[in-house]
Design a protein around this ligand. Structure first.
Ligand SMILES: [Fe+2]
Ligand SMILES: [Fe+2]
Length: 202
């Protein structure tokens, strides 16, 4: 019995139940309902912490050339947004805009959009998904500098261009006085505590 139990992951709460099945094919509707209820409760309590854990995973990483690493870039971006008086949602979006960069550099905007999209406005979700393409506009001679033009005239083009110009392309300053992460943590928790909205794929 001890061997069997020691191989199990512990449940998050003492009043939760294991479902003694090893495949989805074997689940009864009642067992699926138990798993759904427990999973949703777990996510409500832990999603923000998981996102913050992902953000801080790179806090001690080296820079690959800028004077700051990606974590400091995120803190500077968010601090600038905060000091400009942007709304809490946008400050959180700014803090987490590059959260998947080191693991998923080519799709990191889409990754942030997928993470935050259900909890934020459509304009911020749209901006997250495309911010890397808009950033190319700021690099002289960049081969992708004109790629954002495909979206000129879109309702969220101006906001995305403004956000990248004000809070992203210029947030690489080792001398910038960043606010500590603790300032942002309650904001992150409040955004993930929102009721998620369904996302229609682009
Ligand atoms: Fe980015
Ligand atoms: Fe960035």
């Amino acid at each position: 019995m001890g061997g069997e139990l020691s191989s199990r992951s512990p449940l998050a709460r003492g009043d939760w139940h294991y479902v003694e099945k090893t495949s989805l094919d074997a689940l009864t509707p009642a067992e699926w309902a138990v798993l759904e209820r427990q999973r949703n409760a777990y996510l409500r309590d832990h999603q923000a912490e998981q996102a913050l854990r992902l953000l801080t995973a790179s806090a001690g990483d080296p820079s690959f050339g800028y004077t700051v690493n990606m974590y400091r870039h995120a803190l500077q971006s968010a601090t600038m947004a905060l000091r400009d008086g942007l709304d809490e949602e946008t400050v959180v979006v700014t803090l987490l805009h590059d959260i998947g960069f080191l693991a998923c550099p080519c799709g990191h905007g889409e990754m942030a959009a997928a993470l935050l999209g259900p909890y934020v406005s459509e304009r911020n979700r749209w901006m997250l998904a495309r911010h890397a393409i808009f950033q190319d506009h700021h690099v002289a001679g960049h081969p992708g500098a004109g790629r954002r033009e495909r979206w000129r005239g879109h309702p969220h083009f101006a906001w995305t261009a403004e956000w990248v110009a004000r809070y992203d392309q210029n947030a690489q300053d080792a001398s910038y006085d960043c606010a500590p992460l603790e300032v942002f943590e309650p904001m992150v928790r409040r955004i993930f505590a929102r009721e998620p909205r369904p996302i229609v794929p682009d």
